[in-house]
Design a protein around this ligand. Structure first.
Ligand SMILES: Cc1cc2nc3c(=O)[nH]c(=O)nc-3n(C[C@H](O)[C@H](O)[C@H](O)COP(=O)(O)O)c2cc1C
Length: 355
């Protein structure tokens, strides 16, 4: 019923307003409903869905991908909608406007989005203040950290260090984003040498704070297979906690939507096959020594299930949520719980130990 209503709302209203405006309205609405206590009525995810990973307990393997809550303004509401985790950000040390609008397009015929946002965000201080007011609750909150548009390649490590220093106290885990296509030069940081420098700087910041936080790295789907292997090897060598795979793609082949803008990254259904292939490659390379967070083209509980079977510990979505509406995380959770219960291991086996 919720799905039908949302489709009607989407067709009659949301489709007619710019995607970024619709997103902002949704964020405000959910945040307000959360503050009014209305979302508590939705209930928590079925306990069978809990996943223990990164030293944390996730109420569901399904999380909101980076970009959904760029400024830490509605992570609590997103948790109430059924997401087990919210990856806030991408955050840079200072506030950034991002690229000129319009910078998000709906590719409806492809069940996809294209964005060239360029990390608009209020900066590390503002995000830290918002996260400092976080109320105790089961939703895991990660922070995704990026390089400022203005920083040179040499300044990149300092950028990550500064943001981590400010935000680590408020984050359950940290993701180093070196894979968005909308900050020029950012994806070059996926090469082994720069990545090594960034991880060292972030580790120093954590050591200065006396904090231990799981650190993951987020990679692009457009890396060659050997480069995916190289990142996995480096993550193992540096004992990173895991890899988030993948970000949006710059590949345009096979899209059916008319007038696809040239700039920006494509997300959603067109990304599904490559994201799954990268996950399988990472799992084959790293075994169970890394936590793999699979993201890209997840549209249903069946997709989440497929990622878990392919070796993901956690799964995230952005575009599937936009097209599925506010009831989507709960629908996915319900179906996942049904499948898990049908496949429940014998009594005595702890179901939350899938990590
Ligand atoms: C509008 C938009 C903004 C995004 N912003 C970010 C971001 O700030 N940082 C980031 O790491 N990924 C960002 N992403 C990428 C998503 O986190 C995700 O990796 C990608 O969209 C693939 O997942 P999906 O197919 O479920 O959307 C953004 C995606 C979209 C569509």
């Amino acid at each position: 019923m919720g799905a039908v209503l949302y489709r009607l709302l989407y067709t009659l209203v949301l489709r007619r307003i710019p995607p970024e405006t619709a997103h902002r309205l949704a964020a405000r609405g959910v945040a307000l409903a959360g503050r009014a206590g209305l979302l508590r009525l939705l209930g928590r995810p079925d306990p069978v869905l809990a996943v223990d990973a990164l030293g944390l307990r996730f109420p569901s393997p399904l999380g909101a991908a980076a970009g959904v809550d760029k400024d830490a303004s509605w992570y609590e509401g997103l948790g109430a909608l059924g997401f087990g985790a919210v990856e806030v950000g991408t955050v840079t040390p200072l506030p950034q406007e991002g690229n000129p609008r319009p910078r998000v397009a709906r590719l409806t015929a492809d069940r996809a989005l294209q964005n060239s946002m360029g990390f608009p965000n209020p900066g590390a201080d503002a995000v830290a203040r918002r996260l400092a007011g976080r109320r105790p609750g089961p939703t895991v909150v990660g922070v995704n950290v990026g390089r400022s548009k203005a920083a040179t390649a040499e300044q990149a490590a300092e950028d990550y260090r500064a943001t981590v220093r400010r935000l680590a106290p408020h984050a359950d885990y940290l993701v180093l984003n070196v894979s968005s296509p909308n900050t020029p030069g950012l994806r070059d940081l996926q090469a082994v040498a720069p990545l090594r420098g960034i991880v060292a700087a972030v580790r120093e910041a954590l050591a200065e704070l006396g904090l231990d936080r799981p650190v993951l790295v987020k990679i692009a789907p457009d890396l060659a297979d050997e480069d995916v292997d190289a990142v996995a090897d480096l993550a193992l060598e540096l004992t990173l906690a895991g890899i988030v795979a993948t970000n949006t793609t710059v590949v345009r082949t096979g899209l059916r939507s008319p007038g696809v803008p040239l700039a920006g990254g494509v997300s959603g259904a067109p990304l599904k096959a490559r994201s799954l292939a990268v996950l399988r490659r990472l799992r084959a390379r790293a075994g169970d020594r890394l936590v793999l967070v699979s993201v890209g083209g997840v549209e249903s509980a069946g997709d989440v299930w497929e990622r878990l079977e392919a070796g993901a510990t956690l799964v995230q979505a952005y575009t599937g949520f936009v097209y599925g509406g506010p009831g989507w995380p709960r629908r996915v959770n319900r179906e996942l719980a049904r499948r898990l219960r049908a496949a429940t291991p014998p009594a005595g086996v702890e179901p939350a130990s899938r990590a």
